[in-house]
Design a binder for this molecule. Structure first.
Ligand code: C2E
Ligand code: MG
Ligand code: MG
Length: 744
């Protein structure tokens, strides 16, 4: 504000001193009437040193003298005339108020009224030129006597450009300060030795400090105090120093409370005119959430979301690198394929959320049962792959597999329920059963299928023939599609005998598949495939129609036919319109509903009790009999049994097999019979093969038996013969003979 007028001020001061003396020589100069022309000025300066006149007249700084009482101009110089655009004559008719914007006039009055002597401090005022433009002028003044008047000499230096520049700079500074202060990204400067020099609020906040000042006071070494890896700061700073700028560097930092967070940093080096780096400055944006999301996505890409175990992709990765190591060290490596037995049953009967919980605890158990360096992965619903590395003893993988099986055999606690399950494990070993990961997994899978085929709950180590079995399994599914049309299915029938009377009280229709190449394929082998592929729906429909037609046929031959039971799989039962399809078959065949019984397994019931109830009710209303099949293998509760009120309960063969020799099976069978009786259900024991079993069941009050001891499943024609024969005779025959009487 005060700079830029030094020369001018000095000139003015000299001028003032002299003119004050001059003015004493002209005591009559009017104070009321302004000097009207330049003549007056000339007079005022008359007698003075012409040099001083020159100084006033020719001074490049605009100057004037005004009367402090009237405010009239008494003298103006050429520079003032140029600056304001008035002629000298015009000036001398004006007051100084007329070169002020109206709003500043009161201030002017006050200022002039202040009695001040000597040289006044320079001040910046706004003045108005003749053309109306406003200029900023720095005014220096001094009081003096001029033509006998109390006057003031004023030097008014135009500082508009400077003022505007300062104003603009101030505005710019203000603007950038606001941006800096309120920026959502952190902005910082630090010295080359890593001391924060300037940071904004966002930067302080993201580091957990209340204010920039607090951060600047507490952080003196960014690398050591803020960086999780101090070395990382060196890297970024060095890159900025050499390349000038670094963009998008991701760094992990500490907050004030030592919690960690991630930022993305842009950094540039600031040089002094000599090219020396004086500062680094940049921006930092918190990307902790993005990093977490990325980590999550990354995790999900390589892990199973339910159990958190590695997925197939990660397993393959680890397997390939472990194989490379095994090759180098000539070590063995084993791949285990583990599948839970009857998991589908658990899922169907206890619900998917229960199934999910079980998978989680199974995953935990598996992880606990292997060594640190082994990998457990979940690769399908209930399928797990386990890699055992460094197995140098040939028997080691099989032993490890057995250990796993034992671990899995311990009961699991899920949602407060205790539950036992078993698993089937297939093992393949590098290099014996495959050179690469894919082959090893494929062969372990084939071995696992063989373990299942052999009755589950066992370990099988891969052998070449297993691959053939796996291929056969695949072709089976294709063949199954054609089987119905090709007429390769037929039904056999197995009677149920009432113990008390020895009469046939029921007949179960059992499906058979005569494969053109493989021969007779047992239902246990193809029904699961048919269920998986949905083919069970048309096949089931065919079974129902064929069984109904057969009953009619027997009835036409005047045979006293007991109700025929047909097995219904879960998929069929859940299919919309199941009841109407039964109704339609009965109507079309003209068979009374009481001649038909449907066998449902426990899992069918429990998968969705609320949906099942009305279907079961409708079937009952129709007059169709209902039996619960394979009882004891599912997970039904007594309350379900009570609710659904089945007519018949069939005890699963697995309990009957050793009922006469195993105290456990005896106890379970006895309990099931008692329970069924108390619920008014008829009890049928499945798979009765000998006299001892029969005697046990008879003693416990079991109502009916079904099994080889009485009759194997037989062809329809043989069943007709059996129905017409005297049942008493059959019973009298010895056990072995009767099992062989009617063979299929
Ligand atoms: P299931 O319904 O429990 O049928 C009884 C099974 O026990 C039959 O096996 C029968 O042959 C066998 N069995 C009967 N008595 C004895 C015995 O004394 N000893 C032994 N070891 N076994 C005996 P099969 O015919 O092989 O059928 C197996 C399963 O396949 C059936 O078990 C049933 O769940 C299913 N299945 C059979 N036919 C059909 C069908 O048409 N539809 C559906 N969805 N499933 C069927
Ligand atoms: Mg059955
Ligand atoms: Mg059964």
């Amino acid at each position: 504000m005060r700079s830029g007028c030094d020369g001018g001020c000095n000139v003015a001061r000299n001028t003032i001193v002299k003119t004050t003396e001059e003015s004493r020589a002209h005591p009559h100069a009017s104070t009321a009437t302004p000097v009207a022309d330049s003549e007056g000025v000339n007079q005022a300066f008359q007698g003075s040193d012409s040099q001083y006149r020159l100084l006033f007249e020719g001074n490049p700084i605009p100057m004037w003298v005004f009367d402090r009482k009237t405010l009239h101009f008494l003298a103006v110089n050429q520079a003032a005339i140029r600056q304001y655009g008035y002629s000298e004559a015009q000036f001398l008719r004006m007051t100084i108020a007329e070169i002020r914007p109206a709003e500043t006039v009161p201030d002017l009055m006050l200022d002039v009224a202040r009695r001040r002597h000597g040289l006044q401090e320079p001040e910046v005022w706004k003045h108005c030129r003749k053309d109306g433009t406003i200029i900023d002028v720095e005014v220096v003044c001094h009081d003096l006597k001029f033509q006998e008047s109390e006057a003031m000499l004023v030097a008014a230096y135009d500082v508009t450009a400077r003022e505007r520049a300062q104003e603009a700079a101030g505005q710019a500074e203000e603007k950038y300060r606001t941006i800096f202060d309120n920026a959502v990204v952190g902005i910082f400067q630090h010295t080359p030795d890593g001391r924060p020099a300037n940071v904004n609020r966002a930067f302080a906040r993201m580091h957990g400090y209340d204010s920039p000042e607090e951060l600047l006071a507490q952080v003196t070494n960014a690398a050591a105090q803020l960086f999780v890896e101090p070395q990382r700061m060196m890297e970024v700073v060095t890159a900025a120093a050499t390349q000038g700028i670094v963009r998008g560097a991701e760094v992990e930092l500490y907050r004030k409370d030592r919690s960690r967070f991630w930022v993305i940093v842009n950094l540039r080096a600031v040089h002094d005119p000599a090219g020396k780096i004086v500062l680094f400055e940049g921006t930092a944006e918190d990307i902790t959430n993005r990093k977490a999301a990325e980590a999550q996505v990354n995790f999900l890409a390589y892990h199973d979301a339910l159990t958190g175990l590695p997925n197939r992709a990660l397993f393959m990765d680890r397997l390939e690198s472990a194989l490379a190591g095994a090759r180098r060290k000539s070590e063995k490596l084993a791949v285990l394929f583990l599948d839970l037995d009857r998991f589908k049953n658990i899922n169907d009967s206890l619900g998917h959320s229960f199934g999910d919980q079980l998978l989680k605890v199974v995953a935990e158990r598996l992880k606990e049962s292997v060594r640190e360096q082994d990998t457990v992965a979940r690769v399908g619903g209930d399928e797990f792959l386990i890699m055992l590395s460094g197995a140098d003893h040939a028997a080691e993988p099989a032993l490890a597999a057995r250990r796993l099986m034992n671990a899995m055999a311990r009961p699991f606690v899920v949602q407060g329920h205790m539950l036992s399950t078993s698993s089937s494990i297939g093992v393949s070993v590098f290099p014996d059963h495959g050179q690469d990961g894919e082959t090893l997994i494929k062969n372990a899978d084939a071995a696992m299928y063989c373990a299942k085929d052999d009755g589950s709950n066992r370990v099988r180590v891969f052998a070449d023939r297993m691959n053939r079995a796996a291929v056969a399994q695949l072709t089976l599914e294709n063949d199954l599609r054609a089987a119905l049309e090709a007429g390769e299915f037929f039904l056999v029938y197995q009677p149920q005998m009432e113990m008390a009377t020895g009469t046939i009280t029921g007949i179960e229709a059992l499906l058979r598949w005569q494969h053109p190449v493989l021969g007779l394929v047992p239902p246990d082998r193809f029904i699961p495939i048919a269920e998986k592929s949905g083919l069970i729906l048309p096949i089931g429909d065919w079974v129902l129609r064929t069984a109904c037609a057969q009953i009619l046929e027997w009835q036409r031959h005047a045979l006293a036919v007991a109700p025929v039971s047909v097995n219904v799989s879960a998929l069929q039962f859940r299919q919309e319109g199941f009841c109407s399809s039964i109704r339609r078959v009965l109507r079309e065949s003209g068979l009374p509903a009481s001649s038909l019984e449907l066998e449902l397994t426990e899992s069918v019931l429990l998968s969705n009790a609320d949906l099942m109830r009305p279907v079961l009710q409708e079937l009952k209303d129709m007059g169709v009999a209902l039996a619960i099949d394979d009882f004891g293998t599912g997970y039904s509760s007594l309350s379900y049994l009570k609710q659904f009120r089945f007519g018949k309960l069939k005890i699963d063969r697995s309990f009957i097999r050793e009922v006469a020799t195993s105290s456990d099976d005896a106890a379970i069978t006895t309990a099931i019979i008692r329970m069924a009786k108390s619920l008014n259900m008829r009890v049928v024991a499945e798979g009765v093969e000998n006299q001892a079993q029969m005697a046990f069941l008879q003693e416990r009050g079991c109502d009916e038996i079904q099994g080889y001891y009485f009759s194997r499943p037989v062809a329809a024609s043989d069943m007709g013969a059996l129905l017409s024969s005297t049942l008493g005779q059959v019973l009298q025959a010895d056990a072995a003979a009767s099992a062989g009487v009617i063979q299929h």
